[in-house]
Design a protein around this ligand. Structure first.
Ligand code: ADP
Length: 434
């Protein structure tokens, strides 16, 4: 009302001046004009107030506060009602969106693979625990490249967003190899990662195995071929050398047979399930292995000490357990110094039987320790070959032990010796079933 008052005062003054100067009819017209103008101004003032109130209400409604309440004439009330209908639709959509967001986040959390959901602005809206581990993500709300840490992945996500299409891409994330499957879901983009590192590593090991096995088989096979050709020639020219060549021929043939046996053992042991388990006493088994290696040890003045118990029953495959002990004790003799000692100790540790095979030999460098159980891995290739080693022994041992639910551990000091410890679950103390 305050803005109206000065106008009314001015209007009254003008009317007074005219009244003082003119006839009655003129005064009547002028008064009507002035009153009309005043009424129009009053109406504009009321409408201005309504529009201001409506603006404030629509603003408040936009912030989610309340609907629009209109007072005044029918048209104003209709406008208010129409706005309220729009508001109802908008509120419903907002409610659905609010309901969907946690649902989508739950879905991302429930996925078994690392998954990240990016919102319409390209910010990470959700990332499950697998993704946080793989990507090292500590908080969401970061951009695509910062979240994924790979330009190749980020480009693929941008492409999927641009084209609204599904994109699959392989990428490297540090030392991990991943495949990303990127799908645009509404205005959001879901990235599901599959860690292929282990798979690729297995493929690589398999490839290397074929290459290594072929190479290992080729060496004695070619030696046999060369020796038999030499025999043919020397039979006529230098018959005195025939025994020497035959001995070498036998050696290479033995190496070939040994290698084929080891490869077959390994193949069998790689299949995790133990088909025919019986109760096996480790004590006589150790006795048999020691007896078999006795002569080899004596040849190099190596002593084999056995510190055993009366019986040590485990559930397992007798032949597999012989392989475990024979390989460990043979290595302890093989990589010992002349005049050295091999100690075999059998003891009970919690629910396990523990077998320690220790030697006073050349030892194994620390950096080789994690690799000696790999197929064909040798610390000193020449030495292993010279002594007829195949490089498969410890791999066979590890597979056999793990197939029995056991574990193997090694400690070694270069130049001082090594200790291999095998733990096998003990069978309930009972007589052997075979
Ligand atoms: P190999 O047939 O060459 O003996 P293994 O798989 O049995 O193959 O052993 C792998 C490698 O581990 C060997 O070549 C050798 O370098 C090392 N090694 C195994 N046992 C011992 C040991 N007791 N002392 C020292 N080195 C060992």
């Amino acid at each position: 009302m305050s803005r109206l008052l000065p106008a009314a005062t001015v209007t009254s003054a003008v009317v007074a001046a005219i009244v003082g100067a003119s006839s009655g009819a003129t005064v009547g017209i002028l008064t009507a004009i002035v009153v009309g103008a005043a009424a129009a101004a009053l109406l504009r003032w009321f409408e201005g107030r309504r529009v201001a109130r409506l603006t404030a209400q629509v603003d408040a409604w936009g912030r989610g506060d309340s609907g629009v309440v209109m007072t005044g004439g029918a048209r104003w009330r209709e406008l208010g009602a129409a706005l309220n209908r729009v508001a109802a639709v908008y509120d419903e959509q907002r409610r659905q969106l609010a309901e969907e967001r946690p649902w989508r986040h739950d879905l991302v959390d429930a996925l078994a693979s690392p998954a990240v959901l990016f919102d319409a602005d390209g910010q990470a809206a959700a990332a499950n625990a697998h993704a946080r581990d793989l990507l090292g993500v500590t908080s969401i709300g970061t951009g695509i490249i910062e979240t994924l840490g790979s330009a190749r992945l980020a480009d693929a996500v941008e492409r999927a967003r641009r084209e609204g299409a599904h994109v699959a891409v392989d990428a490297e994330l540090g030392d991990r190899q991943v495949t990303a499957s990127i799908a645009v879901v509404g205005r959001e983009t879901l990235v599901i990662l599959t860690d292929r590192t282990r798979e690729r590593r297995i493929e690589e090991v398999r490839r290397n195995f074929v290459v290594n096995a072929s190479h290992e088989l080729k060496t004695p096979a070619m030696a046999i071929q060369t020796l038999s050709e030499a025999l043919e020639i020397l039979a006529a020219r230098e018959p005195a050398r025939i025994p020497e060549l035959v001995a070498r021929l036998n050696e290479e043939a033995d190496r070939l047979v040994h290698l084929v046996h080891d490869l077959l053992d390994l193949r069998r042991l790689e299949e995790a399930t133990l088909v025919s388990a019986t109760t096996v006493d480790l004590v006589p088994l150790i006795g048999r292995v020691v007896a078999d290696l006795d002569q080899t040890a004596r040849d190099r003045q190596i002593r084999i000490d056995v510190d055993a118990v009366e019986t040590a029953f485990v559930r397992g495959d007798h032949d597999d357990l012989v392989l475990v002990l024979r390989n460990l004790v043979a290595n302890a003799v093989q990589y010992n110094r002349d005049g050295g000692i091999v100690t075999i100790e059998l003891s009970r540790e919690a629910g396990d039987w523990r077998v320690d095979v220790a030697d006073t030999g050349i030892g194994i460098p620390q950096h080789d320790l994690p690799r000696i159980f790999e197929r064909f891995y040798r610390v000193d290739v020449a030495r292993s070959r010279k002594t007829g080693g195949t490089g498969l022994g410890l791999s066979i041992v590890r597979h056999a032990v793990e197939r029995h639910g056991g574990r193997i551990h090694v400690e070694s000091l270069l130049g001082e010796g090594s200790r291999f410890t095998v733990r096998l679950p003990a069978a309930a103390d009972q007589a052997p079933s075979t």
